[in-house]
Design a protein around this ligand. Sequence first.
Ligand code: ADP
Ligand code: MG
Length: 391
Amino acid sequence: MKVEEVLSCSFPSWYDKFKKCTIKSIVVPLTPEVLAYMQDNGTLVLPEGSQPEPTYKKNKEEEDEEGDDWDHCETSGCVVQGPKLEEYNSKIKDAIKKLGGSVFPKLNWSAPKDASWIALNNSLRCCTPGDVYLLLKSSNFVTHDLTAPFKDCDDVNVADTNIDYCLVLRGWMEINPAHEFRCFVRNKELVGICQRDISQSYCCIGSDQANIRSDIISFWQENIENRFPLPNYVIDVYRPAKDCVILLDFNPFGETTDGLLFSWPELKGLDDARQCLSRIIEDEPDLNSIMEDPAANVFYFNERNFTDSNRQSYSPERNALTHSSLLESLPEFRFISDATGVQPSPYMQYGLPMDIVDLSTGQDPQKFIDFLQMKMQSEAAESSDDEDVSS
Ligand SMILES: Nc1ncnc2c1ncn2[C@@H]1O[C@H](COP(=O)(O)OP(=O)(O)O)[C@@H](O)[C@H]1O
Ligand SMILES: [Mg+2]
């Protein structure tokens, strides 16, 4: 992957060109103060005035009572103050108002999907600047945008990696994940489409698969194909109804983007195999040569699920027909057809404390050793208590 590919998928790079086919959004460049606040990984304190004042006014008695409760907690000099970002707060408020009262926030590439558990409404729907800051500051995905956007690029030492960071506010839209799809474009060819949420199977996809596939192909041909500057990229689309497709996002073509029901080696191979097949068919329309070519062979027999009996029943007379249907079979459309294909939700782990995640995945052996030692000590203490009692 190249730096240029990542930069072309940054929201401000593509939004103006594609605004007619995507959700209305407002881009607010991060000022140096806001960028510093986003990058600071100290205590999470919201900027002053970013949340509305509570409308409920306490009476004198209640205030005195509350004072008593909290007095003992006050430690001089350790009150953490949020930054003062009044001007930026009012830009966010204006944008929220213009977008209908609630927004979906993200930075140049990533939305804070891993942080929705921290919001009071358990969602990414934001109505105030404070809602926006809380989500962005709590998200590892957003931190990735701020610290390592070019992690998988092989030209990071030679390319211009300057980034103009922006807050992106998108008009809130209720999205049904059953109608979201990810599309993979390789060498300017739409090679694969699959459901976006792979934590569930949606029966409405299987029953409508031909229409979904053809709607997405038409949308891509009419709106994206000759207009996006890269040969390789991934788009996310929403198809809430027949003949209605909306662009949600562009993503770089490579491992930083989740291949979902495709693996990256196979996505990178899909179009190579296709081109290789076209070449072979032009030169020598004979199955034997396809079988001898490793790339074409993998695509032809594995991807199309041909069995040995298919191979044996193959007759040279059917070559032309089979070849042309093979070339027309891209993009391949994948979805989970029954509950056995369901995968765990990728965002489930983010609401848990890091120690629990490390222990459960075995990522930090030292933590596991500490945990076992703690357990042994507490068991030893318990058994000595028991002995004391019995003696
Ligand atoms: N305007 C919006 N309103 C509500 N939900 C949205 C909106 N835009 C995107 N989403 C939801 O959030 C998910 C992630 O959005 P996306 O912009 O692709 O972020 P990322 O690139 O971090 O995955 C989408 O799959 C969709 O379900
Ligand atoms: Mg994306």
